[in-house]
Design a protein around this ligand. Structure first.
Ligand code: FES
Length: 336
């Protein structure tokens, strides 16, 4: 069965299958709605159901509380229609941002590389070009398990056919230990959909950018950096990449190469918090940033990594005179 979902205040109508989430139907139809995790945990996609019935699916009890459900709120990344529905979302799309509709792709794995401790880089050739903003992510279908996992594209949009994903192993994880780190092989088929997410490079922010990455949170940041450096704009970038030990840091040579290629535009600060190695900064990314800059005023920042790192980075940036509107963040959970 297919129902009609009307999205207010846009007045746009989208058809949605009963087994499809409202967010998915809207993103595929090119109607952009705010979202981050797409898995019912962050609350970003919360909206009001003005009319009709929905099934709340796997919406977490923390992201959507009982009283909110009874008030007619829903998480659109989990809600599936049970009748024609009218929803009112926070559709305040930032000006100057085009949206790329979500589509399905079939890919072929062309490369698997162990790039750091418990970290794999997958290269996947898609059956068609994918249009996306640097920083956005894909949903990857885990074969035979009926679930998806989200991974950011590390390739820039100028390479729309060959995508690069960074996967961190989670011990016992269904998709990591049970698949990517077990029997995934070059030549295997990979089904993905995308692009998703609102953590992406903002073209109109031309201030010098501070990019802070922890773990595989490097992936979206790597896409942004390649995109920005390849453009004509003279925007200056500083990358703070953090890890505990050297064997957990990856793509160091890649970024050192960029630093040589763009000496006036790109600065690379690899940081190790539990090991002292010459050529690397000692300390957490926040400590190194703290030593480097007396004030961050006049900058824009992109932060992606484990939630404690993201929170600490935002605190440091705000202490150094950035405002929330100058900071774009993504909490990056290594998915099991
Ligand atoms: Fe995170 Fe829906 S709860 S996008």
């Amino acid at each position: 069965t297919t129902y009609t979902v009307t999205v207010e205040p846009l007045g746009k109508e989208v058809s949605c299958r009963e087994d499809q989430t409202i967010l998915d139907a809207c993103l595929r139809a090119g109607v952009w709605l705010p979202h981050a995790c797409t898995h019912g945990t962050c609350g970003t996609c919360k909206a009001e159901v003005l009319d009709g019935d929905v099934d709340h699916g796997e919406a977490s009890a923390f992201a959507l509380m009982e009283f909110e459900r009874s008030e007619g709120k829903a998480l659109l990344c989990c809600a599936r229609p049970r009748s024609d529905v009218i929803v009112e979302g926070d559709v305040d799309v930032e000006e100057g941002i085009t949206t790329h509709p979500v589509r399905d792709f079939v890919g072929t794995v062309t490369g698997i590389e162990d790039c750091a401790r418990d970290t794999r880089r997958l290269t996947v050739d898609l059956d068609d070009d994918i249009a996306f903003h640097p920083g956005q992510y894909l949903q990857v279908f885990v074969p035979g398990k009926g679930v998806t996992r989200t991974y950011s594209m590390a390739n820039p949009p100028a390479e729309p056919r060959r995508i690069e994903l960074h996967v961190r192993r989670v011990p016992g994880g269904l998709a990591t230990d049970g698949w990517v780190f077990k029997d995934l092989a070059v030549g295997d088929e990979l089904r993905v959909s995308g692009p998703y997410g609102r953590f992406f490079f903002r073209q109109m922010r031309e201030e010098p950018a501070i990019l802070i990455a922890g773990g595989t949170g490097l992936a979206p940041i790597k896409s942004m950096i390649q995109h920005i450096l390849a453009s004509e704009d003279e925007q200056q970038l500083t990358l703070y990449q953090g890890a505990r030990c050297l064997d957990m840091l990856y793509d160091v040579d890649f970024f050192r190469g960029l630093e040589q290629e763009y000496p006036d535009r790109f600065r690379y600060r690899p940081c190790l918090s539990e090991e002292q190695v010459s050529g690397f900064e000692a300390g957490l990314v926040t400590e190194v940033l703290d030593r480097d800059m007396a004030s961050c005023r006049g900058h824009v920042a992109y932060v992606c990594g484990p939630p404690p790192m993201v929170d600490a980075a935002i605190k440091t940036l705000m202490r150094k005179r950035l405002f929330p509107r100058d900071i774009y963040r993504e909490d990056f959970f290594d998915e099991s």
